[in-house]
Design a protein around this ligand. Structure first.
Ligand code: ZN
Length: 173
């Protein structure tokens, strides 16, 4: 019995807690259009956006981390909506405890991986004119190769994989 419990304890754990679905090069976006409100919730490994996922260790990493947070908090150009829909950004929340070193070690404890979460809210005056949402993240973040989008809106619910030149999320027929 002693050896059995020992074997169990020694077995590698595959529970990754909050990093479930964590895959380098990938980001997940939940996109919802409900009446006039468009929301985009992003979850991405820091590796996908920054190239590393530990708290910054030197000035260069600190600068890159700060630049990333600033870019994501002022997301001009990262999302492009149809002009006729007249959407404006009303909220941008970005959270990355690892980069903001509020919980030093707390998140890094999960086998060295760390995620970034962001949530964007837009208000669209004419949502019926919002045919698609262009996700322009690939040029901004060269490490990002794929976005798995889960979309809820007038078309119902669908999944879309974005990559390279295919980065328009369909919202209307
Ligand atoms: Zn990772």
């Amino acid at each position: 019995m002693l050896s059995l419990s020992h074997a169990v304890a020694a077995a590698p754990t595959h529970s990754h807690g909050s990093t479930a679905g964590h895959q380098h090069g990938l980001a997940q976006m939940d996109i919802a259009l409900e009446q006039k409100q468009l929301t985009v919730s992003v979850q991405a490994p820091l590796e996908s956006l920054l190239g590393f996922e530990h708290a910054p260790r030197n000035d260069r990493e600190r600068q890159r981390a700060d630049a990333l947070l600033k870019r994501l908090r002022q997301p001009e150009g990262l999302f492009v909506t149809d002009a006729a829909a007249n959407c404006r950004l009303t909220a941008a929340e970005v959270q990355s405890p690892t980069l903001e070193k509020k919980e030093k070690g707390a998140q890094a404890a999960v086998d060295g991986h760390a995620d970034l979460e962001a949530r964007y809210t837009f208000q669209c005056e004419r949502p019926a004119q919002l045919r698609q949402l262009q996700v322009e993240w690939f040029n901004a973040f060269p490490q990002l190769r794929r976005v798995d989008a889960q979309v809820v809106g007038p078309l119902g619910q669908h999944k879309q994989v974005l990559r390279g030149l295919s980065r328009a999320v369909k919202l209307q027929r």
